[in-house]
Each structure stands twice: as structure tokens, then as C-alpha cells.
Design a protein around this ligand. Sequence first.
Ligand code: GNR
Ligand code: NI
Length: 173
Amino acid sequence: MTPLIILRYPDPRLHTIAKPVAAVDARLRKLAAAMLETMYEAAGIGLAATQVDVHERLIVIDVSENRDQPLVLINPEIVWASAETRVGDEGCLSVPGIYDGVERSTSVKVHALDLDGKRQAHAAEGMLAVCIQHEMDHLIGKVFVEYLSPLKRNRIKTKMVKQKKDEERESER
Ligand code: GNR
Ligand code: NI
């Protein structure tokens, strides 16, 4: 399987609001498998369908040390988020090379469908809780840099545009 192409900030398609997955069928399972492969290939701990230009509510996550605990969440909903928050550095496969602090709930409860179309409840804390919140933001068209100050965001935007131009020049040679 060839990895999917990950959209990069400031691509406007990253701001698309995803629609619910209509059916957990063979197409969906194939997409989830391709997303997991893409996430592992890019050494990320999560990936939202939005990032691969598919605007359906589907995220894949693996926060395990050994990269052997894939989690697929279909039509995920955060049903509870702790009032307790923590600021932690985040990165994003759609904003390569940028890491900055974002305030998130320290624990969340999530309802989602699994690959069999069954309802699952997940209680998450630590890195998993952070990752779930980061991925669910992607599904509503939100990239973590939008939590940063306009000044930082504009600097990041400029850097990303320049990076892309440099790569394009490089590939023309
Ligand atoms: O790989 C990723 N690492 C990460 C680190 C801290 C907080 C969130 C993340 S998610 C990110 C992968 C990604 O971009 N998912 O959308
Ligand atoms: Ni991301």
C-alpha cells in the first residue's frame, strides 16, 4: 500500500468540517488501514482523515511505545472532558517541524464506533487524551497552531510557505 498524502498547513482543505461516516464497510476499513500505514510511515502518534483530504469523522491513533496498539475511532464524540487542564508541547504532521504549547483537558471520555461498527467507550488520559483532542480538532477543521498567538501563527504560516517553495525548487532541479 502506498502511503496517503498528508495535507500541509496552510492548505485551506485542513479547515474542512468532516461529515459523519455513513457506514462501517469495506471501503472504510481500507481507508483506516491506509491511514494507519501513513501514520506509522510518518512516525506520528495520530492521524485524522481531514489530513489526508477525506472529510469524514475518522481518526487513527497509536501512542504505544512499540507502535503496536492501533486505535481506530469512527464518528468519535467527546462525552466528557476534565476541567483540569495542562499545557503540553504539540506537533502535527500537517505542520512539520513546529512544536508549541497547547492547553488541553488532562482526561477525556470518548464514544466512537470501532471497525466492526460497534459502539465503544474510551477513557483516556496522558498522551492519549491529548492526541484524541488534537485529532478531533482536525475533524472540525482546526489545526493546533490556531491556539497560538496571531504573531506565532503568521510566522509559522510564512515558514511553511517558504519551505514548500524551497521543496518545489529542489524538485525542479
Ligand atoms: O504525531 C503527532 N504527535 C503529537 C504530539 C503532541 C500532541 C499531538 C500530536 S498528534 C501528531 C500527529 C498529528 O498531526 N495528528 O493529527
Ligand atoms: Ni495533527
